[in-house]
Structure formats: C-alpha cells, structure tokens
Ligand binder design. Structure first.
Ligand code: HMG
Ligand code: MG
Length: 306
C-alpha cells in the first residue's frame, strides 16, 4: 500500500495534556496535582510538554495557577516546557516564570477566533506584535497554532487558503513551527491530504505539526496521512484528555498512548516508554476523577502484537 511506503524513522511528540487536556475541566485541579502529571509525563520520556497557559483567568479559570505551575515544575536537561500565550501580558508572565518557549494561537475562522480571544484575526495578529518578535529577540522560541483548519464549530467549512496564509504569516514572523489544529475533530484522511498538499507546496514539513482532536475517532488515520507526507511532529494528550472551552463539541485530543502504541508498532521511534506513559495516564485519570478514553494498558500485549 503506497501510503505506508514512505514513513519517517522518528517522530517528535508535543504533549499538551497539562494545558489543552486540563483547560476544559470544570472542577479545579490542584496545582500540585498538575505538577505531578507533568513529572509523570517527563518520566515517560516526552521531551516537549505544554505545561499551562498564561491566558486571562477570567476566560479560563482552570489555568489561573499558570505562574505557580511553571515555577514548581522543573524541566530536566533536554526537556522543553512551553505555555500558551495570547498577548504581551502572557509573555511577561511566561518569561518571569522562566519558560524559554511560548506558543501563540489564533483560528483560521473569524467566529471561533472572536469567541476564543475576543478579537478578530487581524487584531490577534496585531496583539502578537508584543509576543512573537519580543520573545524571539529575547532568545525564546515561539510556536504557533492555527486552529479550526479542518472545520469551525460556528462557520463549518474553512478555506485552506485562509489557514495557509496564517501559517505562513506566523512562520515569517519568527515561529519555529506551526501546529495545524483540527480543533473539533472533524477531519478525515482525504481532507488531511488536501490540506497538507496546499501547506507543503509552500512550507517545509518539519515546520508543520498536526494537532488532532479525536472526537470522531479519525485522529490516527489523519496521523498516518501526515506521516506519509513527511510530517514528523504530532501533538497529543495522555489519556485523550482535552477540548477547547470556546469550541462546543470539541472532545479530547489524540491520546498519546494510542499515538505511541501505533508508532511503536510501525517501528517509528518516539523516545517514549509506553509503560511509563500508561502510568502518567493513571495520574491523569486520578486528577480528573474519571476513566479516560485513551488509557488501554497496551504495554502488556506488545509481545503479542509486534
Ligand atoms: P479580553 O477580555 O478581551 O482582554 O480577553 P483584555 O485585554 O481586555 O483584558 C481583560 C482582563 O484580562 C484584564 O484584567 C487584563 O489584565 C486581563 P482586568 O483589568 O479585567 O482585571 N488579562 C490577562 N490576565 C492574565 N494573563 C493574560 C491576560 N491578558 C489579559 N495573558 C484574552 C482577551 C485573549 C486575554 C482572553 O480572551 C483569553 O485569555 N482567551 C484565552 C482563551 C483560551 O485560552 N482558549 C483555549 C486555548 S486555544 C485552544 O484550545 C486551541 C488549541 O488547542 C489548538 C486547537 O485545538 O486547534 C491551541
Ligand atoms: Mg486543542
């Protein structure tokens, strides 16, 4: 089968459970519990973790303790902690907390952008004047997100040209990578190929990541399309935690366990230990007090399946 003929040998996983995973939880998760989750993720071998977001606590109360989380969590050598930042205030908070990487975010559809950050897309790009360029000038790394690329909960279809324009703008302004978001998990494989065909005509594959929510069980199928087209960074959240508070219907992220299991099985290196990851998933379940979708203990059946 042609799609499986050109897979990379190594993939980088960008873990978002402490941020995207927890931001949507109604019950406040204790700060020390968030730190416990981050530590468990580090033990699993994940090297890139988005630990919190420096957004308005009025908009996302669950992330109100961002400063404490960032102060308490310690990134060992070789591990990068990042955080979502919407504006200059967020950057100042992130820098004070000692983070060397931040992530800016905007949506390809106007209505989701307005609901999410109370600004039009153009106003959001202006707000980034106080994030991207100053962060890069200070020696920090900046990642970018373009959300609702596969579809918007308010507007439906989103033109690929709009997502492409924003991705190129973020990269030109200094983001090292842009993560394309299927915010509400509506993407299907041929659509993913169309989106990536357009993106890869103008952007090198290493500067694109896929951020897939698994609302309809299509995330891994879309990962496979991405892999076959040269994409080597995928966002995921342990346990399949997650959702955007301003995207009705957005369910969990692609579960990191499912991603690692699938990549392991295809001989693609991730540097992540599945057993330790399962332990981190147990921590995540304890934090939110319920069973999570992506938590099957696959480590034990490895020898049967590979
Ligand atoms: P606003 O109300 O228009 O902002 O919100 P403002 O500038 O008028 O400020 C209002 C108040 O918030 C002021 O305080 C500011 O100081 C404060 P007051 O004077 O009322 O006491 N404020 C802040 N406080 C702390 N940190 C800050 C900050 N900024 C302002 N950084 C704003 C605009 C952007 C701040 C707000 O809309 C916001 O925080 N939105 C964030 C929403 C969010 O986090 N959504 C989820 C993440 S996006 C996502 O999940 C998608 C993604 O996963 C990818 C995908 O799935 O596709 C990334
Ligand atoms: Mg998300």
């Amino acid at each position: 089968m042609k799609i499986l003929d050109h897979l990379p040998s190594r993939v980088s996983i960008y873990e978002v459970s402490p941020r995207d995973g927890l931001q949507n939880e109604a019950a406040q998760v204790a700060t020390h519990s968030k730190v416990r989750l981050i530590e468990a993720l580090v033990r699993s071998g994940l090297k890139r973790i988005e630990i919190t977001s420096f957004v308005s606590p009025k908009w996302v109360p669950q992330m109100a303790d961002a400063d404490q989380v960032a102060h308490m969590a310690e990134a060992p050598e070789g591990v990068t902690f990042s955080a979502l930042v919407p504006n200059g205030t967020g950057l100042v908070r992130a820098q004070k907390a000692g983070l060397g990487e931040v992530a800016v975010f905007l949506s390809a559809s106007q209505t989701h952008n307005l609901k999410n950050v109370n600004k039009t897309i153009e106003q959001t790009l202006t707000a980034f004047d106080r994030v991207i360029e100053p962060a890069v000038a200070a020696g920090d790394r900046v990642r970018g997100y373009v959300s609702t690329v596969w579809g918007c909960p308010y507007e439906g279809d989103v033109a690929v040209a709009d997502s492409l324009r924003l991705a190129k703008t973020l990269l030109a302004r200094g983001c090292y990578q842009v993560s394309l978001g299927d915010t509400i998990g509506v993407g299907t494989p041929l659509q993913t190929r169309r989106i990536l065909d357009a993106m890869l005509a103008e952007i090198p594959p290493e500067r694109i990541a896929l951020h897939l929510h698994d609302t309809r069980g299509t995330a891994l199928a879309n990962v496979l399309v991405g892999l076959s087209m040269g994409i080597t960074t995928f966002d995921a959240a342990v346990g399949g935690l997650g959702g955007c508070p301003y995207a009705p219907g957005a369910a969990g992220n692609l579960a990191t366990e499912d991603l690692v299991y699938c990549l392991d099985g295809m001989g693609i290196e991730t540097g992540v230990d599945l057993e330790q990851l399962w332990q981190a998933g147990q921590v995540a379940e304890a934090l939110v007090g319920r069973k999570l979708p992506g938590k099957v203990h696959t480590a034990g059946v490895r020898s049967l399946t590979h």
